[in-house]
Design a protein around this ligand. Structure first.
Ligand code: NAG
Ligand code: NAG
Ligand code: NAG
Ligand code: NAG
Ligand code: NAG
Ligand code: NAG
Length: 557
């Protein structure tokens, strides 16, 4: 008896089994060959598609608008490896100014909202914003009321002999009137604001009036010095400052919906991760400082788009109950001044919010607040042509991603200062910083001899790190998820588009450099970081030794 698994077979049986076994094997081989062929064919087709058709171009309306914007800015005959700034920013009749354009565009967005209140369900408080705006725009009525409203105020303040009666004025009485009713402090300046350090107790600061420089007004006048500054812009700005909660809510509703906000938060998270990766690889930092830096990064708060109160429209109702509009525009204006002043004072009596925004949600400047340890990205910045969820990712990472990374690096400025990190490898750090200084000093700046680069080292460091980190985040994103898009009619690969959109943000004509400006002139803010990026040189095929592909690079981040 054999083992149970051995069975006797007849010769025929055994023959047919042998044949069927052979034919099965042949079938398997055939199938394998077919599968292999199919696989090879598919992958060849895939490669072919990718080489010839991919990446897909984005032809949606937002992308086409961006393409037009890019085509209108930049000189495509300029050589990217020697003059990327002209390549991206210079056009036949001057240099485009991205931030100014964005700021103006978004004011015009508020303008449209104020011009067409019909589509809004208005609460009684919000209506006042529109009424104020309309009376500001009604120049005929302002002209028609003549000097009457002004003379009235002059009388109230004791008169002036051109107004007829000149009453002997009571100094204290007048001072009280001026300060309480007109928000004006003739002999000294009094400021009420939170102490810069936690717990931010309100403090009163008294100062002489001579040294009072209205920085904001000064800047705006500079910006609008050449073209006529239209009345609507003045009225939008005034309405914006008196009725900020309402306009903030309208702007957010119009331009910063939940999908934009979540796309911006997602981008921020990826940039922050990339900063952490960099930090872990920094060679000059000591272990203890690295830990401290990582800690700071995890504790950082971010405010995206608008302060939380701007999203709650109910607040606007009571805020303006003390505003009396009319009968003249001047009286409305003064009532608004008083109301705003009262609101500011009252806000100091309330529990402190985590962070008090220093900008309006429609403004275009992001900032990092050292005392509150918070980074703020206003909704006005997260708009086309800097950001849109429907853009190719290269655009969002290159433009707003670089800004986000730049702002995050502000957190580490303290370590770069002399003596800021005694435990670090100070020699390596100083070497990197010196390298940066030399790199920036070597760039030609023909039209601008007055520029002194001694204040710009830290911002240059943040520019260089910002681009490098945003690029790293973008590359990670590209390898993790496919489906990369680029723009039509640009002949730019996604990686090239990344650098193009970074430069676009920096476009600005340099009329005169403020000696106190801590940023480099725009051309340097493009050429400095790009010349330090081996990826830029690689993707634009820059010959080694060309301006933007130097033989050595500074190793700071
Ligand atoms: C564009 O760049 C080319 C090459 O640098 C230059 O010759 C040309 O004048 C530039 N065109 C404009 C409008 O600046
Ligand atoms: C510059 O040219 C563009 C079109 O190329 C035009 O739209 C724009 O108004 C011009 N700007 C000035 C200041 O001439
Ligand atoms: C106004 O008062 C000043 C000084 O009190 C005097 O010199 C001036 O002549 C007066 N002007 C008129 C128009 O009365
Ligand atoms: C000056 O004041 C007197 C009394 O206060 C008043 O009757 C008179 O109308 C005033 N004159 C002018 C020109 O305002
Ligand atoms: C730049 O400014 C620094 C101090 O702010 C000064 O020491 C230096 O001499 C200046 N350099 C030039 C070229 O003006
Ligand atoms: C620069 C720019 O155009 N930004 C946006 C600001 O708001 C307007 C709407 O009026 C948008 O069309 C723009 O894209």
């Amino acid at each position: 008896m054999g083992p149970p698994w051995s069975q006797e077979r007849s010769p025929e049986e055994s023959l047919s089994t042998e044949w069927s076994r052979q034919s099965t094997r042949a079938r398997w081989v055939l199938l394998a060959v077919l599968l292999c062929g199919l696989l090879i064919g598919c992958s060849m087709l895939w490669v072919y598609i990718f080489r010839n058709c991919g990446p897909w171009t984005c032809e949606s309306p937002v992308c086409m608008e961006l393409v037009n914007h890019y085509l209108a800015s930049g000189n495509r005959s300029a050589a990217p490896c020697t003059d990327f700034f002209s390549f991206a920013c210079e056009k036949a009749n001057g240099t485009s100014n991205s931030f100014q354009a964005l700021a103006e565009e978004n004011k015009s967005r508020l303008w449209k909202l104020l011009e067409a209140p019909g589509s809004w369900h208005l609460e009684s408080g919000e209506e006042k914003a529109f009424q104020f705006y309309n009376s500001c725009m009604d120049t005929d009525a302002i002209e028609a009321s003549g000097t009457g409203p002004l003379v009235q105020i002059i009388k109230e303040l004791g008169g002036w002999n051109i107004s007829g009666n000149w009453t002997f004025f009571d100094f204290n009485q007048n001072l009280r009137l001026l300060m309480s009713q007109y928000g004006h402090f003739p002999f000294f300046r009094a400021y009420l604001h939170p102490h810069p350090a936690p717990p931010h107790t309100p403090i009163i600061q008294i100062d002489q009036p001579e040294f009072d420089i209205l920085l904001q007004q000064d800047q705006e006048q500079k910006v609008y010095a050449q073209p006529a500054y239209p009345r609507w812009m003045k009225c939008v700005e005034q309405t914006g400052s008196f009725f900020e909660p309402t306009l903030a809510a309208l702007f957010v509703h119009e331009a910063f919906g939940p999908s934009i906000r979540s796309a911006a938060m997602e981008l921020f998270a990826e940039i922050k991760d990339a900063v952490i990766v960099r930090l872990k690889k920094l060679s000059w930092i000591s272990e203890e400082t690295r830990k401290e830096a990582l800690n700071k990064l995890t504790q950082l708060q971010v405010e995206m788009g608008a302060p939380k109160r701007a999203l709650k429209t109910e607040m606007a109702k009571q805020e303006y109950s003390d505003i009396q509009l009319g009968p003249s525009f001047l009286q409305s204006f003064l009532s608004c001044v008083r109301s705003l002043q009262g609101r500011k004072v009252r806000s100091f009596l309330q529990p402190f919010p985590y962070h008090r925004w220093q900008k309006s949600p429609w403004s275009v400047s992001a900032y990092y607040s050292v005392p509150d340890h918070v980074v703020v990205f206003p909704a006005g910045l997260l708009q086309p042509p800097f950001f849109h969820p429907g853009y190719p990712r290269a655009v969002n990472f290159g433009a707003v991603g670089s800004i986000m990374a730049h702002k995050l690096l502000h957190i580490f400025f303290q370590f770069l200062l002399p003596g800021g990190c005694p435990a670090c490898d100070t020699r390596a750090l100083q070497e990197a910083l010196l390298c940066l200084e030399h790199r920036y000093a070597a760039f030609p700046l023909p039209s601008m001899s007055s520029f002194n680069g001694s204040h710009t080292l830290l911002e240059n460091a943040a520019d260089i790190g910002g681009v490098a980190i945003a690029f790293q985040a973008y590359r990670k994103r590209i390898t993790e998820r496919t489906g990369e898009l680029t723009l039509p009619n640009q002949e730019l690969s996604p990686y090239q588009l990344f650098f193009r959109s970074y430069a676009q943000v920096m476009c600005r004509e340099l009329i005169s450099q403020d000696p106190q400006d801590t940023h480099s002139p725009p051309r340097l803010r493009v050429h400095g970081p790009l010349s330090n990026s081996p990826d830029f040189a690689k993707h634009f095929l820059c010959p080694s030794g060309s301006l933007l592909n130097p033989s050595t690079r500074c190793k700071l981040w």
